[in-house]
Design a protein around this ligand. Structure first.
Ligand code: VG1
Ligand code: CO
Length: 563
């Protein structure tokens, strides 16, 4: 590799659409492939994060990797050249460019890097006509907060040139350190450090013992959906925990995810769902493209993600990590159900409600206010890193099931764990309706209509279809750690007795709009905790549709995805 290089100064013009969304900049691959598009954004990242109060000085170390999707290799070579020309000191890159989002967060923390550039559009489809994404993470391992993403965006609007080292492409297959001029490039095993972390957090011996004792009864199946978790699942579940390879599905990363939609929900992970039901599998888990989301199911139960994080928090003392100390606090995103709050109250610890997006947990985790947090969108995690973590959630469930079963000397099933939870806390019936690819204008008009309803407060104190409206607002949040304020985070209609509907527009889509309608209804009667979810929620759903005039505005009579 070149020991010195020429720096090419490339004149460019700004793009006006490089505003990062809920989690990074996500666009069609074709958009990133436009002349200078990716280069501009990378240059703006490096310029913006170099401010004195932020993270990347010259000579910084950055972690780089992604979920294996189409365009990953090209993007990494661009980043290497721009980083070298901007005097970055070192890049730590996953072999073949692969790093799951949780593993990248872990590497930033363990290797004391100054930040990272994560190349993923997460659960969005991949391939030449589908999506790509670029996200910047800070020194704490977490997604950049809005002050940083706004600075990046401002910079993209005025950028007039970027710098590129004139060097050949780096071989990403070869483990070890190479140099690009003065910059070091270390290619690392994407799984090793992450697997070591999981071994520290969970009781692998106990899980192994449980899998051995209940080998005939406790059947498992993992679906990597052709995303990046394949190699991680292989190492952890087969090599380390001793399960056969047959428990893994779709575990070879593919640049188009096998033309699938790598989103672990009942609609897109139907292959897993069908097999789990047909083969009477006791424990099934699916992960999204970049490995930060998870879905937990069994042949007789689908664990709603809002319940999942509540169950995990309630049983956290079973994990070696929290055995001595317990957990200090919990947090959930606003649309996530209140199940976690009840656990927080029962454990007598703090509980927080933050806007949608993992970046909002960062300060609370850094500050030691919370240890476990989650989102209704299949995101669960803890302070071990600063991203949500799909594999972590699956291992947490395995640890809980192992501990409970070995203690009881009989197999405790997923459904039994959930039943016990409902018995202790009651149940938050929950559903989310997603209307994907709605006309942007129509979606905005619907939201404006809801804004007006909220502003007038006319419904507050009245009953709609028997639901008593107690509160309506547009959710805003003041970060208790740094005092920063975030507004416009979703329209909430709260009803008496703990029912609620929330409307938001997605901030991760790459085209059109996605309307999300969140529905929640609390049931305290323990005898009524095992009813059919759609049936229980039907009146609330009707009321939400009626108040929002969703069909009228969007022309949609049915959602694209129901969770
Ligand atoms: C969605 C989810 C949100 C999640 C985000 C990123 O955002 O609702 O909870 O944090 O995706 O997840 P939105 O703005 O589309 O509702 V991932 O796995 O795409 O990084
Ligand atoms: Co993801």
């Amino acid at each position: 590799m070149a020991s010195t290089f020429q720096v090419q100064v490339v004149a460019t013009t700004p793009y006006s659409d490089q505003k990062p969304g809920t989690s990074g900049l996500r666009k069609r691959v074709k958009v990133f492939q436009q002349e200078h598009y990716t280069e501009n954004f990378v240059q703006s990242i490096l310029r913006s994060v170099r401010y004195p109060d932020s993270v990347v000085p010259e000579g910084a170390t950055l972690v780089v990797g992604g979920d294996g999707r189409y365009y990953l290799q090209d993007a990494i070579q661009i980043i290497i050249k721009i980083a070298a020309a901007n005097k970055v000191g070192k890049l730590i890159i996953g072999q073949n460019g692969l790093l799951s989002t949780p593993a990248a967060s872990n590497l930033i923390i363990r290797r004391k890097a100054d930040g990272g550039i994560l190349l993923t559009a997460s659960h969005n489809p991949g391939g030449p006509t589908k999506d790509f994404g670029i996200k910047y993470n800070c020194r704490n391992g977490g997604p950049a907060p809005e002050v940083v993403t706004n600075r990046i965006y401002e910079d993209t609007k005025t950028l007039s040139e970027y710098y590129m080292a004139e060097v050949p492409d780096v071989d990403l297959t070869k483990l070890g350190t190479q140099t690009v001029g003065a910059m070091e490039v270390e290619i690392v095993d994407p799984v090793q450090d992450y697997a070591a972390l999981m071994r520290e957090l969970f009781d692998f011996e106990r899980i192994q013992e449980f899998l051995r004792v209940y080998k005939d009864q406790f059947t498992v199946l993992f679906d990597a959906m052709h995303g990046v978790t394949g190699p991680y699942a292989h190492r952890i579940f087969t090599v380390e925990l001793g399960l056969p390879e047959s428990v893994l599905m779709n575990f070879h990363p593919l640049s188009d995810f096998g033309e699938g939609h790598p989103d672990p929900n009942l609609t897109y992970a139907h292959e897993l769902v069908e097999r789990v039901r047909q083969e009477s599998i006791q424990f099934g888990a699916a992960f999204d493209g970049d490995g930060d989301r998870n879905m937990i199911i069994s042949h007789d139960w689908f664990v709603n993600p809002s319940d999942s994080v509540a169950v995990i928090a309630n049983h956290a003392a079973r994990f070696p990590k929290f055995r001595q100390t317990g957990i200090r606090g919990v947090a959930r995103s606003m649309p996530t159900s209140g199940a976690l709050d009840l656990v927080g109250k029962a454990l007598n610890i703090k509980h927080f409600e933050v806007p949608t997006g993992w970046k909002f947990f960062g300060n609370l985790l850094d500050n030691g206010d919370i240890d476990i947090c989650g989102e209704e969108s299949f995101g669960t995690g803890s302070g071990h890193i600063r991203e949500k973590d799909g594999m972590w959630a699956a291992l947490a469930w395995l640890n809980i099931l192992a501990d409970m079963s070995l203690n009881a000397q009989k197999l405790i099933t997923v459904r039994e764990v959930v039943a016990e939870h409902f018995h202790q806390f009651g149940r938050h019936y929950y559903s989310r309706y997603d209307y994907e690819d709605v006309d942007l204008d129509a979606a905005k008009k619907m939201m404006a209509h809801l804004e007006d309803l909220t502003a007038s407060q006319a419904l507050v104190g009245t009953a709609v279809n028997g639901f008593h409206v107690t509160h309506m607002d547009n959710f805003s949040y003041i970060d208790p750690v740094d005092g920063s304020k975030t507004t416009n985070q979703g329209l909430r209609i709260l009803f008496k007795d703990g029912a609620r509907v929330v409307f938001r527009l997605s901030g991760t889509g790459s085209h059109g709009a996605t309307v999300r309608m969140y529905l929640e209804q609390y049931e305290s009667d323990r005898a009524k905790c095992f009813q059919d979810v759609p049936q229980v929620l039907q009146p609330l759903i009707q009321t939400a549709l009626q108040l929002s005039k969703l069909t009228e505005y969007t022309g949609r009579s049915k959602p694209t995805v129901i969770t």
